[in-house]
Design a protein around this ligand. Sequence first.
Ligand SMILES: [Zn+2]
Ligand SMILES: [Zn+2]
Length: 175
Amino acid sequence: MLYNVAQLLKESVGASRGLIIDGELYDLDEHNPGPVPVCGELTLVRTEDGILAAGFAEAVVTEECRRCLEPVESAVRIEFEEEYVPSIDIETGAQIPTDESTPELVINERHILDISEVVRQYIVMEATTALCRQDCKGICPQCGKNLNLGPCDCKIDNVDPRLEILKQLLDTDSQ
Ligand SMILES: [Zn+2]
Ligand SMILES: [Zn+2]
């Protein structure tokens, strides 16, 4: 997901381009080695210091359900907005020092802006909220059984600590 921004860097602040995102991501995480197709839209805007990249991207990724840990395919849509800075002055060719802590936001010496790493990070963050289904029952905290497959043999008295207060209230009521 590379964009040549040489021309845009020569333009004045506020100049912009509307572009299509159509690419593939690799190494999202252990469940998604890739290629994972990604599509979306991107707007690049010339700023004082570089180029603002804003847009959205969509991908279908495989994740663990956050309750039962079973693999689940989920469609993820992210919106992003990041400012990229040049490593070479477009007019003079001189090197520009860049922030080493954010290498993914540096436009390279051939004036190529790469949104892959930013989109990858946003998708990984978003994908951690996956559920296999809205009413997923999760796993039993005691025996680890996937409760979507049926109840486990743990004693009903072993109430989830978060439900303990409710259980006490019910017990009080029935006395
Ligand atoms: Zn689940
Ligand atoms: Zn159990």
